[in-house]
Write a protein that binds this ligand. Sequence first.
Ligand code: BGC
Length: 499
Amino acid sequence: MGRNTQTYLVGGVSAIGGFLFGYDTGVISSILEMDYWKAYFHDPGSVGVGVIVSLLTAGCFVGSLCAGWIADRFSRKRAIMSACVVFCLGAAIQCGARNRAMLIVGRFVAGLGVGVLSMSVPVFQSEIAPPHIRGRLVSLQQWAITWGILVAFWIDYGCHFIKSDASWRIPIGIQIVPAVILFVSMFFMPYSPRWLVDNDRVDEARVVLARLRSGGNLDASEVVEELHEIREAVRIDRETAVRSYADLLRVPIRRRVILGVLIQALQQLTGINVSMYFATSIFKQSGLNGDNAPLLAQGVNGVVNMLATIPAILWVDRWGRRKTLMLGSLGCGITYFIQAVATGATQHKTYDEDGSLNLNIPHGPSYLIIVMMYLFVASFAVSWGPIGWIYPSEIFPMRIRSKANSITTAANWLFNFVIGLVSPILIKKITWGLDLIFAVIMFFSIAIIYFFYPETKNRSLEDMEVIFSGSIWANRDRQRITEYDNANQGHADAKMAKE
Ligand code: BGC
């Protein structure tokens, strides 16, 4: 680490926002099964549960749409801080809920906070990072998301032994602690140097860059160069006057908006949240028996998700975005395909008295299905999980970055919402057919990445103008980019020779 310790520290602190995101997503699923919760809210039934679960995602959608304006107007740092306040309010309303309406309103308010965080944290991280560790830094937020899901699961598990309303109030209330920690720590974190330059606070930007890059040396060459590069990019941005929401639909930004929205939509179309939200019931359906077995298998799912994110943190900047995504898709596609075949060939449907479906899959294939689900989660965690957030945060010019990211993030939440809504129905109706649909989407996504997504690893944010100004066919545009690199290398060599 050494030289980049400060950058890691700032990126790591802001990643607590990812923890809140993951925790809040994960906490509700086991609470819904708790006896004291059901009794308190008079067993809301499947429609009521649907509303309670999805109101968070709806809040996230609205929050992420508002986040673009907040992060531009008040800074990325203050956007994160204000999201913490809103989040705490939402969590407090839920924790103290006296009736269903309070719970629903609390979920929505907490969602607003998570929505703002899910957009501003990756943008903040990507703006403070030097190019060669940018992917790693944004992956930290994904890692924090996986930790959030994991910790929420095990806290729920521990609390379900409590024989009172505290069994559900504690897991909901406890998330206020990391939110307060994030809020307080952000006081000590710098503003994004790119946001500072865009707001004509160049001297402050220099101090921040010096703190992040050179132990406070304002005259270090890397500080001077990066500042120069950022100022140039902001100057060009101003000349092209790309900054309104309408500009998102115009050349040259439109292409990147489509790629950003598509990558976020595809991240959800991997079906990851089917295994995050509904794995317990899928495990049960597939024949995993015993009181706690499906629940524990779900807990293991969370551990796999967290562990498999680590290689991405370590190597995504070396492997690159394209290759990692294509391999991830291949892994997801194959594991879905095997699950579909194993289920389709061996299922024998019966229904319990309460209408729940059993597939009566024999032991051998049912274990195969569970192992495939773990391998699927691992394939996602190392690829689509982090890169779904990295890519949009790095491809847009400064002046439109947060507006564009608010749209791409909102697309993520929208697809998350739709999948959360339709997949429980499809799991019941077409069982293995859903696996097959996801397998096809995943195989198809390999072609989409190959043809349309340029590689962005190790590029400065300012370089992206060149990367995205050529043909929309990413695989055909390599020649032009190599020429640009050669010319740049020439400049760098000439400069070094002069020095
Ligand atoms: C996704 C979430 C998902 C999580 C799982 C995130 O990148 O956006 O929807 O629940 O990964 O780790």
